[in-house]
Design a protein around this ligand. Structure first.
Ligand code: ATP
Length: 488
């Protein structure tokens, strides 16, 4: 399936979806830029997420917090002490690896060689060592298994060390005043530190949620698989604040609701699955991933975590500011108000870039059709992006079939009328067939052809991307029709 992934990566570049960052300088590892089509698709994904959260739920509001936060934030959240991966360097190739990934890859090789039991035992042993923070043990595992560097082929390793994934920088202009701050590794903390601001100013009543879309940064050791694992990426997170004791109910509700969202943006049910965490993060008492079947296998796209009061309680302790809520609902057991407490949190956290990649991989379609012609069978090949119309970068292309007889003017008139409401383009270069193909490649659901009949009766043809079928429609009905089919 690597062949398929290669095709998708080059398609993404060729048609303006994703470019390697700073490509003229040979790129920057694990950093990518979104091109003219990519930015539209990604924005549409973000809009649909934000709308699902804040518009379809009357008790969820948005915020936009800063990337820089007070350094104590990351002490409270556990990121300074606990947000690290075990790394190891090969002394000959000078290449750095994630020690746990090296062992996992060895286990995968064993499994491929039919030694499933041995592979399972190795993975279990690794999990136990990581759980116990036993770096020496992980190192022994690498030595005992005679794992070699894929580049140098030697097993001349350094010791295994913890590598913190946070990027740091200095704030302040003069050396004496400057202090270390971090680029946020998750957007969630911007929500936690604003919990009371939002609750009070918005007079929010528990249960309620705060949603946010924004950049996050992680100095990933192993950066591979295109935009799946980047050093700069975007998260769409929602923290749902609840009464302690109700977390399992909300956890299950959000699991279901988030899975449905992925289906609603066009990802097929059979390519989505839940994966329960065996090893829970330091902040969680229940956690599940929604995995998508990428061309390189089922991999995490979203995490749903029951975070208890871990974050708010730690912020309360470090900031010395109460992070409590007064709940005046009546507890049926005691007959009194629930009163003051630090709320529990269930979070949903999805990577905008991983979601984008899932949508792109799923949309990429190679189609071979056999047409019966007078000269016999004709095989036709077509590549197109079968994007959900709501997500498509361009909703409709307005195309005069020739460049004369007043057709461009008529088409331009239609374009100018639709563009205020709908993302449309106007194109008159090349044959109509070539223009259909170009629009298929970027996933435009509708091509609107303006021909001589249009001048007579004010109708146009709409060509549908997936079926290539055409229908005749009055210009006056275009706006409503396209809006209906591309709304969500
Ligand atoms: P992984 O195990 O793949 O490193 P994670 O479990 O650390 O991911 P979370 O901390 O739960 O990820 O972050 C929530 C979401 O943010 C992930 O499900 C993913 O979609 C996205 N995400 C995390 N790290 C990256 C990254 N390096 N590049 C792109 N997206 C990321």
């Amino acid at each position: 399936e690597n062949g398929l992934m290669k095709k998708i990566v080059s398609h993404a570049k060729e048609y303006g979806f994703v470019f390697p960052s700073s490509e003229i300088y040979d790129g920057l590892q694990a950093v990518y830029d979104y091109g003219q089509m990519g930015v539209e698709l990604k924005n549409n994904i973000k809009i649909v997420w934000y709308k699902a959260m804040t518009q379809l739920n009357d008790n969820i509001v948005g915020i936009d917090a800063s990337i820089f936060m007070h350094p104590l934030t990351w002490k409270a959240s556990g990121h300074i002490d606990g947000f690290s991966d075990p790394m190891i360097d090969n002394k000959d190739s000078k290449k750095r690896y994630r020690a746990d990934v090296l062992v996992e890859e060895r286990a995968a090789q064993m499994e491929a060689a039919g030694k499933k039991d041995e592979a399972d035992a190795l993975v279990k042993k690794l999990a136990r060592l990581l759980e116990a923070d036993d770096l020496k043990g992980v190192q022994d595992l690498i030595t005992n298994e005679k794992i070699t560097c894929p580049v140098s082929g030697t097993s001349n390793w350094t010791e295994v060390r913890q590598f913190n994934l946070m990027f740091s920088t200095q704030v302040g202009s003069v050396a004496e005043d400057s202090s270390t701050i971090y680029l946020r590794p998750e957007t969630a903390q911007g929500i936690f530190v604003n919990f009371l601001n939002v609750q009070k100013s918005g007079r929010m009543k528990i249960p309620f949620g705060i949603a946010q879309i924004g950049k996050a940064f992680r100095n990933e050791i192993v950066a591979r698989q295109f935009t799946f694992r980047m050093r700069e990426f975007e998260q769409m997170e929602m923290q749902f604040f609840i009464r302690p004791g109700t977390e399992m109910e909300w956890y299950n509700k959000w699991k279901e609701s988030r899975l449905n969202w992925h289906k609603a943006i066009g990802l097929p049910a059979e390519k989505l699955k839940f994966h329960d965490h065996e090893k829970l993060a330091h902040y969680a008492n229940a956690a599940v991933d929604i995995e998508f079947e990428f061309p390189f296998g089922f991999k995490e796209m979203e995490g749903i975590h029951s975070r208890t009061d871990f974050d708010l309680a730690n912020h309360q302790e470090l900031s010395k500011k109460k992070q409590q809520y007064f709940d005046n609902d009546i507890d049926p057991v005691t007959g009194k108000a629930f009163g003051n407490y630090v709320p529990f949190v269930v979070e949903t956290s999805v990577g905008a870039d991983r979601c984008f990649l899932a949508v792109l991989c799923n949309a990429y379609t190679e189609e071979t059709t056999v047409e019966q012609t007078e000269e016999g069978e004709k095989v036709k090949e077509r590549v197109y992006l079968k994007l959900h119309p709501t997500l498509a970068p361009i909703k409709a292309a307005i195309l005069p079939i020739t460049k004369k007889d007043g057709l461009p003017e008529k088409a331009m008139e239609i374009y100018n009328e639709l563009k205020y409401d709908i993302k449309v383009t106007y194109e008159d270069k090349d044959s109509i067939g070539k223009r259909y193909t170009r629009n298929d490649l970027i996933g435009t659901p509708f091509c609107i052809a303006v021909d001589h009949q249009t001048l007579e009766d004010n109708t146009v043809t709409i060509r549908h991307r997936d079926t290539t079928l055409q229908e005749r429609v009055p210009i006056s009905e275009l706006r409503l029709k396209i809006r209906k089919e591309t709304s969500w």
